[in-house]
Every structure is written in structure tokens, then in C-alpha cells.
Design a protein around this ligand. Structure first.
Ligand code: NAD
Length: 289
């Protein structure tokens, strides 16, 4: 396929490299990044000309809408705009409408799996759009990822992503505060892990991504909390969940509290660049030592 890839940052560049390695013809564009091994066009509109699929991997919904304005008019009729950025649900729906107005197809497919998943081609995609559009880009999901779920119409991929990450943020905080309480109660962390990871308190945060160093499988806690998944990106996703909750009138008291706890962690304590599991040393008071 001829593929254009717009937004070659931490995630986009390795995703584009996976497609190149699989034999696709990829033309990139990024106003700042100049990643090795990716042939780039000087402007976004130039990169998308003649492409069967245009992939965007951008920071937020506002930039997505600016890029839609730049590229849709230059895309070939019937081509697919596949947006893999994490943005608000309304921006995803707007992008799909804008594509449709130009005779294009659109899929919103945010990812889970982080930079490691992007590099190794093991991302999970949660996709929204028509079945026809999903089928057209499914072979690309197989290259960049290990699983793709078609969640429904446009915006459904973003909806699934923010619901998942709202659970993740709240669960990570609950796991970290339980460890901090266990410390005070004199329980050692290995015993906490051995009990909780096989009991009803288990979760991905405990079992797979344990926030306590030296306990459980290898995770960012074993690497000085270098991300992994940064606290700043967790806060972004939690805020998107609260924006969606407000827009729909959903009651999300835990999501609201988790958003506040990560906002304090990132904005008051300046911890945005650390992995989101560094909530444990924060709550345990280790950063005050
Ligand atoms: P990043 O900031 O490293 O990359 C974004 C890129 O977009 C940058 O290179 C930037 O120059 C480019 N860009 C900005 N404005 C542009 C424009 N007008 N036209 C073209 N390119 C433009 O961010 P990232 O970590 O690669 O994340 C990208 C998206 O993936 C975000 O929505 C993020 O929430 C999501 N995400 C990231 C991770 C992660 O672990 N990094 C995990 C899951 C999802």
C-alpha cells in the first residue's frame, strides 16, 4: 500500500517503521521530528497525495482538526484517514464527518501498549468507523499490533480507550495507596503482592505492572520509574474521561477523584515525566526523604 504517516513522534515513528519493514511504501510528515529511516515530504498535503491510507498520530484533538483541514482536500477519493491519536470523542467524530464530506473513509483507532508496543508491533487498537473502513485498514493493524477490536461507529474507539484508562488510573492509585497502607501496617511488599495478586484485589496494575520495585514482573518501578506510560499522559486521558462524563451526564466519582490525584501529582509536584506508577513512592512519602 501507499501510506502517509503524519506525526512522527515517540509513537508515530516506530509505528511507521513497522509498516516500512513489512514492505509498505510510507511517506511521512512532521513539522519538528526528523526520524531516521522514514522518507518525509515537506508539507502534510504533499505526503498524502496518492496514499491509500493516511495515518495520523498527533498530540490532541485541536491539532487533529488542523491537520484534517490540511490533508483531506489533497487525499485521493475513497482513501482512508486512520487516526491513531488519543483525542476526545467529539474530535474523532468531527474528523470522520470532515473526511466523509470529502468522499473519504475514516477510522479512529487509539492504541494501548506505549512506545514498547509501537516499536515491537504489539499495540492494541480500539477502532471506531464503518465495517468497510475497518476492513480496509485491518492488515495494517496486524503489522503494528497484536489485536484490533472494532468497537462501533466513529468515536467508539476513543470511547473505549478513555473508559479503559479511567479504570487504569483509578486502579493504579488504589493499588499504590494499599501498598502505602501495608507499609505502615508493617506488611512486607512481597507478601502484599503474593496475597493480592491471587486474591480479589488483583488487577493489571498489581499483577502485570506492579508499582513496587523488586516485586512482581519487570515493570517501570524496577527502572527508577522511567516511563512506560508517563503520569502526564495518564492525566491527559483522565481529563478526556471527565470531559466525556460531563458531556454525557455520566456519574464517574472515582474517575473524577483519580483525575484530581494525578493533576496534583503532575502539576503541584512536577512528576509528569515519571511513570504513572510512581504514585506509590509519592503516596508512601519516599519523595520527601
Ligand atoms: P509526541 O509528542 O512524541 O508526538 C506527536 C508528534 O506530532 C510530534 O512529533 C509533533 O511534532 C507532531 N505534530 C504536532 N503538530 C503537528 C502538525 N500540525 N502536523 C503534523 N505533526 C504534528 O507524542 P506521542 O507520545 O507519539 O503520542 C502521540 C499520541 O499517541 C497522543 O495522542 C498520545 O496520547 C497517544 N499515546 C501515546 C502513548 C505513549 O506511551 N507515548 C501511548 C498511547 C497513546
Amino acid at each position: 500500500m501507499n501510506i502517509a504517516f503524519i506525526g512522527l513522534g515517540n509513537m508515530g515513528a516506530p509505528m511507521a517503521r513497522c509498516l516500512i519493514a513489512a514492505g509498505h511504501n510510507v511517506t511521512g510528515f512532521d513539522p519538528v521530528a526528523t526520524p531516521d529511516g522514514i522518507n518525509c515530504a515537506p508539507v502534510a498535503a504533499g505526503a498524502v497525495q496518492g496514499a491509500d491510507v493516511v495515518i495520523t498520530m498527533l498530540p490532541n484533538g485541536h491539532i487533529l482538526s488542523v491537520v484534517c483541514d490540511e490533508i483531506h482536500g489533497s487525499m485521493t477519493a475513497g482513501a482512508v484517514h486512520l487516526d491513531c491519536s488519543t483525542v476526545d470523542v467529539q474530535s474523532a467524530k468531527n474528523a470522520a464527518q470532515a473526511a466523509d464530506a470529502k468522499g473519504l473513509m475514516a477510522v479512529d483507532a487509539p492504541v494501548s501498549g506505549g512506545i514498547g508496543g509501537a516499536t515491537n508491533g504489539t499495540l492494541t487498537f480500539m477502532a471506531g468507523g464503518t465495517s468497510e473502513a475497518f476492513a480496509r485498514v485491518a492488515p495494517l493493524f496486524d503489522i503494528m499490533g497484536q489485536k484490533a477490536v472494532h468497537c462501533g461507529a466513529s468515536g467508539a474507539g476513543q470511547a473505549a480507550k478513555i473508559c479503559n484508562n479511567m479504570i487504569l488510573g483509578a486502579t493504579m492509585i488504589a493499588t499504590c495507596e494499599a501498598f502505602a497502607l501495608a507499609d505502615k501496617l508493617g506488611l512486607d511488599r512481597q507478601s502484599m503482592f503474593d496475597v493480592v495478586s491471587t486474591s480479589s484485589g488483583q488487577s493489571w496494575s498489581m499483577n502485570t505492572y506492579c508499582p513496587a520495585p523488586g516485586v512482581g514482573p519487570q515493570s517501570p518501578s524496577d527502572n527508577s520509574y522511567i516511563p512506560g506510560f508517563s503520569a502526564e499522559l495518564m492525566l491527559k486521558d483522565l481529563r478526556l474521561s471527565q470531559q466525556a462524563a460531563e458531556a454525557t451526564g455520566a456519574s464517574t466519582p472515582m474517575g473524577a477523584r483519580a483525575t484530581q490525584v494525578y493533576a496534583d501529582f503532575v502539576e503541584l509536584h512536577g512528576m509528569g515525566g515519571m511513570d504513572f506508577s510512581a504514585m506509590l513512592p509519592h503516596l508512601a512519602g519516599d519523595f520527601n526523604d
